[in-house]
Design a binder for this molecule. Structure first.
Ligand code: Z5A
Length: 212
């Protein structure tokens, strides 16, 4: 599983993250098209989810009918889904030379369960080491947008899911953790000003993709 075990990981693993309304889905479509046009075989996926079991866990995590859930349970379910995702989808794709583009990955657990829910970061890190070992994305695009702008963009959507119903303070804590992590891991996490237009946001991303 470790990328350090020689060259068998041929593909690149790219993740995209950020608060609600940052435009992850919009930019994922465009990144996919940009890379596909360059002849790269790229698989799109998402978290929580990405596998049959992961999608079932996603439903449990996001459905309002799930009711109250302990924050530790939420964290462990995110990582349970992630383990399936890594073992059964991401690693096999990378090993056969495909690139993988995931809408969210483990930075989201630090941001939402650590920042939002207030779970201890060191414990999240222990769980991450257990599940990911040394596996890590080659590059992460953090689409950063003030929470109020993100909320405005998605206000026309229907009913909010279990996590979307959290407060503005919750999402500001989420955003702050993302920004902190981009400072902590500047080589991997590229902070993109996603308050710009779709086109300007994409061109910031493309400049970085050219370096991969
Ligand atoms: N979660 C967690 O807690 N812990 C974890 O470890 C993981 C996840 C992995 C599901 O995520 C939830 O899981 C999420 C975090 C939690 N919870 N919450 N709340 P999700 O990624 O599936 O859900 P989402 O955040 O709502 O993602 P999304 O649907 O992809 O939304 P988006 O990033 O905002 O993307 P969008 O659809 O492209 O953009 C939203 C709207 O803005 C849309 O109308 C666009 O046309 C518009 N838009 C996009 N870009 C722009 C620009 N540049 N300008 C103006 N308008 C724009």
């Amino acid at each position: 599983m470790q990328k350090s075990q020689g060259n068998f990981m041929q593909g690149k693993f790219i993740t995209i993250d950020g608060v609600e309304g940052a435009g992850k889905s919009t930019q994922s479509d465009l990144i996919y098209q940009y890379l596909a046009d360059k002849g790269i075989n790229i698989k799109r996926t998402r978290e929580p989810g990405g596998t049959e079991m992961g999608e079932k866990i996603r439903t449990l995590l996001l459905s309002n009918s799930t009711g109250k859930m302990h924050a530790d349970t939420e964290l462990m379910l995110m990582f349970a889904a992630r383990n399936e995702h890594i073992q059964n989808k991401i690693i096999p794709a990378l090993a056969q030379g495909d690139w993988v583009l995931s809408d969210r990955f483990s930075d989201a657990s630090y941001a939402y369960q650590g920042g939002g829910r207030g779970l201890n970061m060191a414990r999240i890190s222990q769980l991450e080491s257990w599940v990911l070992q040394s596996f890590t994305p080659d590059m992460t695009f953090l689409l950063d947008v003030p929470v109020e702008i993100g909320m405005k963009r998605i206000e026309s959507r229907g009913e909010k899911d279990r996590i979307e119903q959290e407060s503005l303070d919750f999402f500001n804590r989420v955003r702050n953790v993302y920004i902190e992590r981009s400072k902590q891991y500047p080589d991997r996490i590229k902070l993109i000003d996603a308050s710009q237009s779709v086109e300007n946001t994409l061109s910031q991303i493309q400049e970085i993709l050219k370096m991969l």
